[in-house]
Write a protein that binds this ligand. Structure first.
Ligand code: TRP
Length: 340
């Protein structure tokens, strides 16, 4: 790192992103990702982005995309990401993401990109032949997101491991071909404990594609309570933490433990001889106690669109200051003639 050399006193950088593809985040987004985003603000220089460029790799209705981007941004702040401490921004507001992505695409082998397994999963039933080329190059855009900020750590779920490996490979390749330019990021795969499972099918991860088992943070408290009270458990009738044999109960205990900051073992002890209904009631109460004020804060941001726009602009400006610097070095190193 020559031009990019940073003050050794500076906090190491973190970047993460979330897609604006739902009208509400769900409990898994919060406990699995956002909560860590908030916590990392203390020790790192944090960059958090709402990845609308990634969202259009599959068809999006323009109005819905715009609304989801705003609500995602508002919820990120409502979760406790502080726009003063972090750069919170919308990906398309920082054109350097697309610009670096192109350069990286030209350094990625077709075979290498073809090995990304999420492409096949996301292409879904209609198959890879009908998927967009953007969906195919999605991981390369993600690499650009990360490398632009010289991020040392990238907090992501286990499903993003392969994309991070690609990012590391591309960083290393660029550095060896054109000289040290990028920090090679460390994956910071979030603990399994933060993996929230589907309430109606505790063998699957909580996902918006199965709404019956998914707690949306902006939905009515009554519906949240109903979903939790109908969570699938088992017929053992004993509250134990055994994710293999009793995944439904283990999931409820994990949610409660995460929200209340109490160790699972202590919770289990307190529930000896207690029925599942009581545990479910407690989980519902804890989730609603978080979700209700969270939804209220989100609404407050959304009700003041001018302020939301201002915060987006502030975030984009902070991000651009760093991104433009990296891109300039990249362009020079690969032999692009300066515009003057
Ligand atoms: N692909 C990530 C996901 O689906 C979202 C994402 C886009 C991201 N760019 C990123 C995550 C950069 C971490 C860093 O969750």
């Amino acid at each position: 790192m020559t031009d990019q050399a940073r003050d050794p006193e500076a906090r190491p950088r973190v970047l993460s992103g979330i897609q604006p593809t739902a009208d509400s985040f769900h409990l898994g987004n919060y406990l699995g990702a956002l909560r860590n985003w908030v916590a990392m603000q203390r020790d790192y220089e944090t960059f958090y982005t709402i990845v609308d460029l990634h969202a259009i790799t599959v068809p999006q209705d323009p109005e819905v995309l715009a609304a989801n981007t705003r609500v995602s941004f508002a919820q990120t702040l409502a979760a406790g990401v502080d726009p003063e401490r972090s750069a919170v921004f919308v990906q398309s507001h920082v054109p350097e993401h697309t610009q670096l992505a192109w350069v990286l695409m030209c350094l990625t082998g077709f075979g290498e990109a073809s090995r990304m397994t999420q492409f096949k999963d996301k292409a879904g039933k209609s198959g890879t032949a009908n998927a967009s080329v953007g969906l195919f190059t999605y991981p390369i855009l993600q690499a650009a997101d990360i490398l632009l900020y010289q991020a040392t750590k990238v907090p992501v779920g286990a499903d993003q491991r392969q994309h991070l490996e690609l990012t590391r490979d591309l960083a290393g390749r660029f550095n060896s071909r054109f000289g040290d330019t990028f920090v090679v990021p460390e994956p910071h795969v979030l603990a399994d404990a933060a993996k929230v499972l589907d309430l109606s099918d505790p063998t699957a991860k909580m996902s918006k594609s199965t709404p019956a088992g998914c707690v949306f943070l902006l939905e009515e408290p009554k519906r949240i309570t109903k979903k939790i009270k109908s969570a699938v458990t088992d017929s053992e009738a004993v509250i134990r933490y055994d994710p293999q044999r009793q995944p439904g109960v283990a999931n409820l205990l994990e949610i409660l433990s995460a929200l209340q900051g109490e160790a699972i073992d202590d919770l289990v002890e307190g529930y000896s001889g207690v029925l599942y209904g009581t545990l479910k009631g407690d989980v519902a109460e804890a989730v609603v106690a978080f979700a209700e004020p969270f939804a209220q804060r989100t609404r407050e941001y959304l009700e003041d669109p001018a302020e939301l726009d201002r915060l987006m602009a502030v975030g984009a400006q902070k991000a651009r200051a760093v991104a433009a610097d990296t891109l300039q070095t990249v362009y020079r190193r690969i032999g692009f003639v300066p515009a003057g």
